[in-house]
Design a protein around this ligand. Structure first.
Ligand code: GUN
Length: 283
């Protein structure tokens, strides 16, 4: 079965739109998301446009600052400080990657943790890994989207073997923790993993987040596995594809997510729900 992230995201956004429509009466306004995009990376421009569209669908106010590639780091930090202090702003997102002269760490740490809709701030990361009771931290969008896709596909997680390809701060590490929290046995693989295919063939749940086009092939996948493709890669013809070779993996998988139309729309959907969470926390 192919799980459509596009359809699931549309359904969840429609539910959020109904919820947001009640906010002006209850709270006097709707959530306001501010996006900062520095430079002209084509991928980032597409992501940001899609985030703006999603804000319109759920009924948020949104503002995008498109800054030139050569914007000084301090100018970005100053802008974040002003947005932190601005009571009319509920969520701040700085699109990554940033130009090389700007420190992503400094930028992420500059965003007030209460407005960190990406869930990248060290205090949100720490809260995710510490798992305190009644944890209300903001969870990064892509990992949360993956969990929702697994739930949509009725994929059992508890007791299953999950293999995560990739150890990034944005996806690999947080999805590993979310799977662990749901009682999977998690293995994290990376570029130095030996006998990778041996490991991936053990997986009941396989999450591919390494950024290599069609890297996961059918021979690396167990019959009946659930396969989640986080890749946003270009194939040999310059066409968008995932980390998974869909043609050879789909016949073996019990459920699989496509690219495009899988994880991507769910990431944006979870950004919308994180923004609602940050908004509501302020009242
Ligand atoms: N670049 C790729 N994915 C993301 C994301 O989830 N958030 C931000 N801010 N930048 C990204």
């Amino acid at each position: 079965m192919v799980i459509s992230g596009k359809e699931l995201a549309a359904r969840l956004k429609a539910e959020m739109a109904e919820q947001v429509a009640t906010f002006p009466e209850k709270y006097g306004r709707v959530p306001h998301l501010v996006v900062i995009l520095v430079g002209t990376d084509p991928g980032s421009q597409t992501y940001v446009r899609n985030k703006e569209k999603a804000c319109d669908v759920v009924g948020f106010k949104h503002t995008t600052y498109r800054l030139p590639e050569e914007t000084p780091e301090q100018e970005v930090l100053d802008r974040i400080a002003a947005l932190n202090a601005d009571d009319s702003v509920d969520g701040i997102l700085v699109q990554l990657p940033l130009p090389k002269h700007i420190s992503e760490t400094k930028v992420i740490e500059a965003i007030a943790k209460e407005k960190d809709v990406d869930g990248f701030h060290p205090l949100n990361t720490a809260a995710l890994w510490q798992k305190r009771p009644n944890n209300t931290c903001v969870v990064p969008c892509t990992p949360m989207g993956i969990i929702k896709l697994l739930e949509e596909g009725n994929v059992e997680i508890a007791g299953k073997k999950a293999v995560v390809l990739g150890r990034s701060q944005i996806v690999g590490l947080p999805i590993s923790k979310l799977l662990l929290d749901r009682n999977a046995t998690v293995t994290i693989c990376h570029s130095r993993t030996k006998d990778l295919a041996e490991v991936t063939r053990q997986a009941d749940i396989l999450v591919a987040a390494i950024g290599k086009a069609k890297f996961v092939t059918g021979d690396m996948v167990k019959e009946g596995a659930a396969v989640i493709d986080v890749g946003m890669d270009l194939d040999e013809n310059g066409k968008l594809c995932g980390d998974v070779d869909f043609a050879s993996v789909e016949p073996k998988a019990s459920v699989i997510t496509p690219v495009p139309g899988g994880v991507g729309p769910m990431t944006i959907c979870c950004l919308m729900s994180n923004t609602i969470q940050c908004f509501l926390n302020r009242f």
